[in-house]
Write a protein that binds this ligand. Structure first.
Ligand SMILES: Cc1ncc(COP(=O)(O)O)c(C=O)c1O
Length: 391
């Protein structure tokens, strides 16, 4: 009988999706399980897409994306990070952050290779490793006091002759953890020493609450790496500009890898939608004011939820500096999926189970706080009641 390839069968399904599919069939749910803001895309970006359609951006573009968008991204790196990138050879536009992960990972792993993945993490990194017929080795972030750290000893112990890649996410989904420059430097040194590719998922870099002022990004790994380092950065328009449905992102990589990823793009997606690329250019040029407004709202939401969670007995939650998630640990919790399912069925609150985020995730739940207060406040009240009943 003709079968689905075993290598594909072995790719695990997303447990966030599993919970969400149950929730979607229910009425009256306070939905905090997906990683997206409930704000619509700003009007000026939508208008730019409409103009782009009228102006004829309905044809194929280059596999690496519109040169004008790549130049605009290079301009952003110059302005935000004082980093010079060559838009012709070091930037590839992708149809989303997840496609950048896919093509980046696919370009450096052979079947049977291994990748070190810092977890808890959004599962798509590990799943993309598995889709390349390679093996993800998950290394949990240890919680040290009130901050997550990196277990460099565990990383050293995780290296084998097949290890090719180290993947980390900062700001982290689901932890909200942000790598310090010292930690980034150590990761870079580690990757250099072992001859590994270092992939930084920086899609939340603009959602940062500990900068000198709102809108100041998390320092990119590209600031300390040279253009000859085996480094990749995955990026997206989804989170910064409320453009999740548009599917536009980018990959910054060493020239040889960017060149190959561009060629592979032809066979995967060819390129991101032409008019969406054009609108993304406008998002970069005019998006700062809206971003700062959103950051203010997100920080208020974060603090509201943190205050509520800190008042719940048996709940530990470090204050995160970035992204829009809280990842509270619940004392005695060993089945986060069952917990989230009961919370959904009994209280109509939809959270993502910690187990969905790999090693170190079980025992926690993820709350996405990019929602209105009118949703967050009752959600926190119901969670407190549910935990109280649990005893
Ligand atoms: C850590 C991380 N990386 C990448 C992405 C991909 O975003 P998109 O594919 O919408 O660009 C997400 C989305 O949730 C994410 O959380």
């Amino acid at each position: 009988m003709a079968r689905v390839a075993s290598s594909v069968e072995n790719v695990p399904h997303s447990r966030i999706r599993e919970l969400a599919e149950i929730a979607m069939s229910m009425q009256g749910v306070l939905r905090l399980y997906f990683g997206e803001s409930n704000l619509p895309t700003p009007e000026f970006i939508k208008r730019a897409a409409i103009s782009a359609l009228s102006d004829g951006y309905t044809f194929y573009t280059e596999n690496a994306g519109l040169p004008s968008l790549r130049r605009a991204i290079a301009g952003q790196y110059r302005y935000l990070h004082d980093v010079e990138l060559d838009p012709a050879t070091e930037i590839v536009i992708t149809a989303s952050g997840v496609q950048a992960l896919n093509v980046g990972i696919r370009s450096v792993l052979d079947p049977g290779d291994e990748a070190l993945v810092l977890t808890p993490a959004w599962p798509n990194g590990s799943s993309n490793v598995a889709m390349a017929n390679a093996v993800p080795r998950e290394i949990p972030h240890p919680l040290r006091g009130d901050r997550y750290g990196i277990d460099f000893e565990a990383l050293e112990a995780g290296v084998t002759p097949r290890t090719r890649l180290l993947l980390y996410t900062s700001p982290s989904n689901p932890l909200g953890w942000v790598a310090t420059e010292d930690e980034q430097q150590r990761l870079l040194d580690f990757a250099r020493r072992h001859g590994l590719w270092l992939l930084a998922d920086e899609v939340y870099d603009r959602l940062y609450y500990a900068g000198a002022s709102p809108g100041v990004p998390v320092p990119s790994l590209l600031r300390m790496a040279t253009r000859d380092d085996a480094v990749m950065v995955v990026q997206s328009f989804s989170k910064t500009y409320c453009m999740t449905g548009w599917r536009v992102g980018w990959l910054v990589a060493r020239r040889d890898l960017a060149h190959k990823a561009t060629q592979l793009n032809e066979f995967i997606i060819s390129h991101a939608p032409s008019f969406a690329q054009k609108a993304a250019e406008t998002a970069l040029a005019q998006g700062e004011e809206e971003l700062v407004r959103m950051l203010q709202r997100l920080k208020e939401n974060r603090d509201l939820c943190l205050d509520a969670l800190n008042a719940m007995p048996g709940v530990t939650v470090p204050e995160p500096d970035g992204a829009f998630y809280l990842f509270p640990k619940v004392e005695g919790l060993t089945d986060s999926f069952g917990f989230c399912r009961r919370l959904l069925e009994e209280c109509r609150v939809g959270l993502a189970p910690g187990v969905a985020f790999g090693e170190g995730g079980e025992g926690s739940v993820r709350i996405c706080y990019a929602a209105e207060k009118a949703i967050l406040e009752p959600a926190m009240e119901r969670l407190a009641l549910f935990l109280g009943r649990r005893g």
